[in-house]
Design a binder for this molecule. Structure first.
Ligand code: C2E
Ligand code: MG
Ligand code: MG
Ligand code: MG
Length: 288
């Protein structure tokens, strides 16, 4: 007699349920507690310019600090937050935390950095989303141009017209918009034509084999060329090796991100990294 779980409703475990469903419900219940008690953290992963080699900004990535399991990655809980609608509240918290962090870096003199925050298209079901972004920007005092929203899509866009309207409203605030994981899933070329996108973020899966698989190298080259001719910025995610970086530099990629540059880290570690004056090795980006 289980009812399908829908937004904001709960089911109790019943003996007849399959273990999978039981585990899923347990996770949902735990997540509701996590939201109520604020068991989340934000890590920050650096992005570096292929031109100057310097860190240009960071991406905010949520973590769940589970009371017994320790740090749980977003792949295990973001889909559930999306399905239960809790993503609206958690997403607003991530955005507020990230904007406050950007303001904190400013105070330390690192006042040109950008902050990228992941937004699932599911969050754009809420028509008040652009207003909440506007309110968070003004309360943190961060200029809109230094905030980038990375649009991630796990489900096919439900209401394309509404999503489009909200993206134009967000763009009107002055924030930058990027398409995350470009080239995979449901991300499509049609979006680039219709939506006010500033940046394309090439998915890690293409970067991974860029030096060994000619197909991945060709796809990456094509995406970079397309981004350039549409006047879009281009960032490659998942750069782990020197060879991948060199290849991307040779293809005129603008910005890189990945373990080679730095892993996602707690806010305190970003301060040490920024203070160290870290740069990409000049010889790898063709600078003296
Ligand atoms: P994403 O936005 O595409 O983020 C990149 C993911 O790849 C991150 O995983 C990051 O830790 C990982 N990564 C970065 N560099 C490398 C690398 O060089 N090698 C490898 N193997 N992995 C790398 P993470 O933090 O587990 O996040 C997974 C996804 O969860 C994100 O993918 C994003 O779609 C989603 N996500 C994270 N935070 C949020 C959030 O606050 N809101 C929403 N809606 N989604 C989020
Ligand atoms: Mg992202
Ligand atoms: Mg991505
Ligand atoms: Mg990805």
């Amino acid at each position: 007699r289980a009812k399908v779980v829908s937004r904001g409703s709960w089911l109790l475990y019943e003996p007849g349920m399959t273990p999978v469903l039981g585990a899923r419900l347990h996770l949902e219940t735990e997540l509701a507690v996590a939201v109520a008690q604020g068991q989340f953290l934000v890590y920050y992963q650096p992005k570096a310019s292929c031109r100057s080699g310097a860190i240009t900004g960071f991406e905010a990535l949520i973590r769940w600090l589970h009371p017994t399991r320790g740090i749980v990655p977003p792949s295990e809980f973001i889909p559930i937050l999306e399905e239960t609608g809790l993503i609206d509240r958690v997403g607003a918290w991530v955005l507020r935390t990230a904007c406050q962090q950007l303001a904190a870096w400013d105070l330390l003199g690192h006042d040109r950095l950008t902050m990228a925050v992941n937004v699932s298209l599911r969050q754009l079901v809420d028509l008040t989303y652009p207003e909440s972004v506007k309110a968070i920007l003004s309360e943190s005092g961060v200029p809109a141009e230094r905030l980038e929203l990375e649009l991630t899509e796990s489900l096919l866009m439900q209401d394309v017209r509404q999503t489009e309207v909200l993206l134009f409203r967000l763009k009107a605030l002055g924030v930058r918009l990027s398409i995350d994981d470009f080239g995979t899933g449901y991300s499509s070329l049609a979006y680039l034509k219709r939506l006010p996108i500033d940046t394309v973020k090439i998915d890690r899966t293409f970067v991974q084999d860029i030096t060994t698989n000619p197909n991945d190298a060709s796809i990456t080259r094509a995406i970079i060329g397309m981004a350039r001719s549409l006047n879009l910025s281009l960032i490659a995610e998942g750069v782990e090796t020197e060879a991948q970086l060199s290849k991307l530099v040779a293809e005129h990629c603008d910005t890189v991100q990945g373990y080679f540059i730095g892993k996602p880290m707690p806010a305190t570690d970003t301060v040490a990294l920024l203070a160290s004056g870290w740069r990409l090795p000049p010889e790898l980006i063709g600078r003296p």
